[in-house]
Write a protein that binds this ligand. Structure first.
Ligand SMILES: *[C@@H]1O[C@H](CO)[C@@H](O)[C@H](O)[C@H]1NC(C)=O
Length: 147
């Protein structure tokens, strides 16, 4: 009896942790933006912002300085940091579907904000326009063939 209650509590704790993580969807082939702490304003006493992932650090930025790239792997030439601390990853592919963590050092506080990145392939604008036009004219049987 006690055992099952314990297991249940553990399960809830794990679920909370996962669902508490932000998820961002980027478009395949585009530059994707991964916001730090949901795009919240930078803390006043900000000292350092760092982006990292499970293979190591990507880039860091000291207060009032340009961000510097630390990655030496395939991310070396693809990452940059926006003024608002967002991580920018150029030419996104499905291999970029991972968790990136923004670390913010402000005063004596260190906060970490993990963000899960998902990459979607965008439908082309042409398809959407064609579908919308067909639906307006009211010829639903043609839609499937025209696409
Ligand atoms: C952060 O800055 C980038 C580049 O200027 C912009 O595209 C983006 O919308 C901004 N994101 C947030 C969360 O404010």
């Amino acid at each position: 009896m006690h055992f099952s209650i314990c297991l249940c509590a553990l399960f809830v704790a794990i679920v909370n942790q996962v669902s508490g993580m932000d998820t961002v969807i980027g478009l395949y082939g585009e530059t994707v933006e991964v916001p730090c702490n949901n795009g919240a304003p930078k803390p006043k006493d900000l000292f350092m912002t760092k982006w990292k992932y499970d293979n190591g650090d990507l880039l860091t930025q000291l207060k009032d300085q340009e961000a510097s790239v630390i990655a030496t792997d395939k991310y070396k030439d693809r990452v940059s940091m926006a003024e608002n601390s967002s991580l920018l990853i150029a030419a996104a592919t499905l291999k970029d579907e991972k968790t990136f963590t923004c670390m913010v050092v402000a005063g004596t506080d260190i906060s970490e904000y993990p963000v899960k990145l998902l990459i979607h392939k965008a439908p082309t604008g042409v398809e959407i326009t064609a579908l919308a036009a067909e639906l307006k004219i009211g010829k639903p049987t043609q839609v499937a063939f025209d696409l």
